[in-house]
Design a protein around this ligand. Sequence first.
Ligand SMILES: [Mg+2]
Length: 416
Amino acid sequence: MARYIKDAQFYNKLASHLSKNMSTSTINVPRSGNPQFWIVADMDETLISKRTRNIPESPCFPWLTKWLQEGHGLLVNTSDDGRRPFRIWKQLHDHLVQSSQNSLYRLDQILFSTGEGAALWRMEDQQQRHHCVYEGGEIRFVAYPGYERSMVAKCWQEKREVLEFGKQMWVDFVKSSIVPPNSLNNVITPESSYGEEYRQIVIDLYTQLMAPTEDNSPLIDSVTLDDLSLDRRESSFTNHKAQFFDKENQMIVNGVTKEKIRKLVSQLHGPILWMNQSGDVDQHWRDDPFEPEAEWTNMFVMNCPRQLNTMVVERSNAKLKNTNSDRGNCLIASDAPRSICIRRALSTKDRPVRFLMKHQLINRGFMFGDNPDGNDKQLKELGDEYQEELPFYAVQNAEHTSTFLKTIIEEILGCR
Ligand SMILES: [Mg+2]
């Protein structure tokens, strides 16, 4: 079965959607009240390439802005959190403010859900108004009232639990990816390791970690969270964190003490364990991720490409299933193209959409995601459930999405 929707399927689905939802193909958008149609879209590789820093560079940008300028809604639904989603949101906001002096742009037209449904955000102005025509001034991002957040870790105990879970998965990945021999060469590609220059570093790192040491056990067996002194109180740990964190306060690697390994790790594009702190970095970021106020939305185990990480994810989740009594809130892993995402079972991308549908904010629209078998799976399932109101379209990349957005905007808005 084709993974991505074929253009013909899209047009058929769109035609059916349009005929059942409106009397004519051109609708009048109300200038008050909720946006009438919504685009619900995954962010990376759906609305914007992961390697692209700024949303104006995305092929979707002109269509998104047109959509918003016409008064419709956009819910960006991403596994990411922190710097990147909120930077993109600010860029969209700034553009909408600058591009039309007499704009009727309202702050409630754009929402973001981060951490795979862990959190839902909205924008407010200085007067703490959300449902308003934007009149200038400072804006801030606040948690959507009534939405139950599901952080992967808040307190010290949860943070330790998540780190340990991530470390175990990483060790499992390294061990399984080295067998059969040379499989790393096939799996660690420039695409899976942030380019050719990192590819060899990742391969060297994993090869070194599996090389036998004097006592014949691989070096990876010596990787331990205890090396981070996690049993000590937070203050002690904070004093030691400089050894283990890079400039952005992301953990580099747990407890690997051999100089050669450290050197290899330090050359990686980013850390092995990447904790996403919840919310806009300018408002919610904590320098020390172990501060009680620093909430982790999710954690990514980096440099674990999909071809081999699926087995690791399945093994870990099966183990959890047998051991965890609190299934609703247990830790869970999902495979991403280059990494493994660790989150709470409660965090799924359909959750914010269902919440907004329940509150009658989202009634009709279109959903897009590039990963229908992975972290966009729940969006796809939601789309199957609401085929008429909110169909899901699997896309290959932002370029592909832009062609569909163009069709929707031309057909719905009558903009040509
Ligand atoms: Mg994606």
